[in-house]
Design a protein. Structure first.
Lengths: 113, 113
């Protein structure tokens, strides 16, 4: 069983489009995250949710909107995609916050053309 | 500001040789420390973590790391590397349950046959 699963694995789209990435975890964790990994492999946190409540929002453009329907799911919707949004987006979960290990999904590679 | 530094962008070692990857952090209090590994096209996998207690921690795949408070370091070591260890390695730091985990910029490990 996959602990943290995200779909799709690849997403190729044109500038200006709107797209969503879905994430689900079956670990029973309370906290979920979205991280962005750029072309230089730098990982930067975007959002975290604890039990459906937004905890961290790291100066991400408001074109990015996370949604957590329940504590096992955290989706990411991106409006008006730009070239600079091209990256790998990782979903992760943990029992709680900064003192718990993260469990990562396999990533979604977003390419905006 | 909290920060994590991995001074080596690339490291190349021969198969069977020993390995040490460096990590330095800047935090106000005793941090929670992690090492993750990312194989190509995959998410990040936890290798080991340090929360408290014995400063030498053992992880999976034969890796270990040593926490040195005086040097603000948490270096990752392996006595004998295998070709399958070629990957990107990330040091990460968190502080408390309400905090986020931040990542270093990663070290790419290359293995020579």
């Amino acid at each position: 069983d996959t602990a943290v699963s995200q779909t799709p694995k690849y997403l190729v789209t044109q500038m200006g489009n709107d797209k969503s990435i879905k994430c689900e975890q079956n670990l029973g964790h309370d906290t979920m995250y979205w991280y962005k990994q750029d072309s230089k492999k730098f990982l930067k946190i975007m959002f975290s949710y604890n039990n459906k409540e937004l905890i961290i929002n790291e100066t991400v453009p408001n074109r990015f909107s996370p949604k957590s329907p329940d504590k096992a799911h955290l989706n990411l919707h991106i409006n008006s995609l730009e070239l600079g949004d091209s990256a790998v987006y990782f979903c992760a979960s943990s029992r709680q916050g900064g003192d718990s290990p993260l469990h990562f999904g396999n990533g979604t590679r977003l390419t905006v053309t | 500001a909290q920060s994590v530094t991995q001074p080596d962008i690339h490291i190349t070692v021969s198969e069977g040789a020993s390995l040490e990857l460096r990590c330095n952090y800047s935090y106000g209090a005793t941090p929670y420390l992690f090492w993750y590994v990312q194989s190509p096209g995959q998410g990040l996998q936890l290798l080991l973590k340090y929360f408290s207690g014995d400063t030498l921690v053992q992880g999976i795949k034969g890796f270990e790391a040593e926490f040195k408070r005086s040097q603000s370091s948490f270096n990752l070591r392996k006595p004998s590397v295998h070709w399958s260890d070629a990957a990107e390695y990330f040091c990460a730091v968190g502080q408390n349950r309400d905090d986020k985990i931040i990542f270093g910029k990663g070290t790419r490990l290359h293995i020579l046959p």
